[in-house]
Write a protein that binds this ligand. Structure first.
Ligand code: 2HG
Ligand code: ZN
Length: 447
């Protein structure tokens, strides 16, 4: 085993192999603190060639591998289960100059989502994928987990925004499809297969991302509403009225109060409401007027909404929404479920969920695409298992998905059958077995 470590050190340099428990520790636990395990050692390769060489050495020794991005996934897919070689992609950062003719940019797996957004902006373009962990989540992990976020209902998840990628396969071979040609029909789409594969079919090392344009004028509204049904109805109406609607996010009173207490923010509106919708619109100009006009006639009174286009207010409105994860985690290690429902059935689901949830829970999510985050607190492990089963079975009964934008990882693996049928699962296993016959690439995740 130390033979493997020496061989890996010869490839990446001894200073990029971490075997000391103190040095490894930060890599062995995810953001939530819930998922952790001991790695055999951590390796920090510098480029695709080094990743490939490391994989070949591990395969030769029959040692399993865990690829790691920003550790913000919540489902345990990027931290060790025990005894694996942990391949951190942190050193594969860097964003190349934007290809303005193609409207694309190539970035290393270790570049953060915020790095890509900034590179796009500096070229007068826009990378629409966005979520709260933008400063930590990395391109490799974002694609490997097919992350979604706030604008997915309009621009698609990571999968819709990838024009190509480079990856090291489980045998150490390299697939490089970085040309980003909009028309390129030449066989199986390995790019789309690797996107969302959660590191089980290979290690993404670089990606070619699609950029778009975005209106310079942006306006944000936070609207208080009496029910989930009213919020979904408003979200749907705004999508019809406002072609530039970019976000339609769902919040509830208890979560908002928790965020206000945690961040010492004053409440957003004069009165408290059961449910809130955060809407954002972008346009070449006049987004504020367009948003206010779209809301006109849809609110019981102007007191039910704050609408703003100045940066300070907009950022405060987003804090109410994006502060949820941190505010909950500051007090508990919550049970986290990330589910998707057909938008038309979201309100009915939430109502039934209230009967299933026997403990305190915080709900929030993305109303535009029916993606609900269920954070349940104050449970012991046995209660967590019971609640998980009850909620995910309810999701399945409502025609939803048990893994919306965070993936399956190890946390939801035993529930995959609620969302995928037996033949579907068999086909996925066949793909896995074909590409990774020894089962060494992120074992235990997904399947
Ligand atoms: C969000 O939309 C993120 O806030 C995190 O996907 C959700 O912390 C969560 O459960
Ligand atoms: Zn989310």
């Amino acid at each position: 085993v130390s033979g493997l470590q020496d061989a890996v050190a010869a490839v990446v340099g001894a200073s990029h192999v971490l075997a000391d428990p103190g040095l490894k520790a930060g890599y062995e636990v995810d953001w939530t603190g819930r998922h952790r395990g001991e790695a055999r050692f951590v390796v920090r390769p510098a480029d695709t060639a080094e990743v490939a060489e490391v994989v070949r050495l591990c395969v030769r020794e029959g040692v399993p591998i865990v690829p790691q991005g920003g550790r913000t996934s919540f489902v345990g897919g990027g931290v060790p289960r025990g005894g694996e070689v942990l391949v951190s992609l942190a050193r594969l950062g860097g964003v190349e100059p934007v290809d303005e003719a193609a409207g694309q940019v190539t970035a290393g797996a270790g570049a953060t989502l915020a790095d890509v957004q900034a590179a796009a902006r500096s070229a007068g373009l826009f990378f629409p994928l966005d979520f709260g962990a933008r400063d930590a989540a990395t391109v490799g992990g974002v694609l490997a987990t097919n992350a979604g976020g706030n604008r997915a209902f309009r621009h698609g998840m990571a999968r819709a925004l990838v024009a190509g990628l480079e990856a090291v396969l489980p045998d150490g071979g390299v697939v490089s499809r970085l040309a980003g040609l909009p028309k390129d029909n030449a066989g199986y789409d390995l790019v789309q297969l690797l996107a969302g594969s959660e590191g089980t079919l290979g290690i993404i090392t670089r990606a070619r991302l699609r950029l778009t344009t975005h209106g310079a004028s942006v306006a944000t509204a936070l609207i208080g509403l009496p029910s989930t049904a009213a919020a979904v109805e408003l979200s749907t109406a705004l999508q019809r009225r406002l072609p530039g609607l970019d976000a339609a996010e769902l919040l509830y009173a208890n979560g908002l109060e928790l965020v206000c207490a945690h961040e010492r923010l004053r409440p957003p509106l004069p009165h408290s409401h059961a449910v809130y919708l955060l809407a954002e619109a972008a346009a070449p100009e006049g987004a504020l007027e367009a948003l206010a006009e779209a809301l006109d006639g849809l609110l019981p009174s102007p007191e039910h909404a704050v609408v703003a286009d100045d940066t300070a207010t907009r950022e405060r409105l987003w804090r109410y929404r994006e502060g949820h994860t941190e505010a909950v985690s500051a007090r508990w290690t919550p049970l986290k479920l990330d589910v998707a429902l057909p938008v038309a059935g979201l309100a009915a689901f939430v109502e039934e969920l209230g009967r299933v949830l026997t403990a305190e829970a915080f709900l929030w999510g993305h109303a535009g695409d029916g993606n609900l985050h269920v954070n349940v607190v104050g449970l012991d492990r046995e209660q967590e298992a019971g609640i998980t089963r009850a909620v995910l079975e309810l999701v399945a009964a409502h025609g939803g998905s048990i893994g919306a934008e965070h993936g399956i990882g190890i946390a939801k693996r035993e529930w995959l059958h609620l969302t995928r049928g037996p033949d579907d699962l068999a086909a996925m296993r066949a793909v896995k077995a074909a590409l990774d016959p020894a089962g060494l690439m992120n074992p235990g995740v997904l399947l």
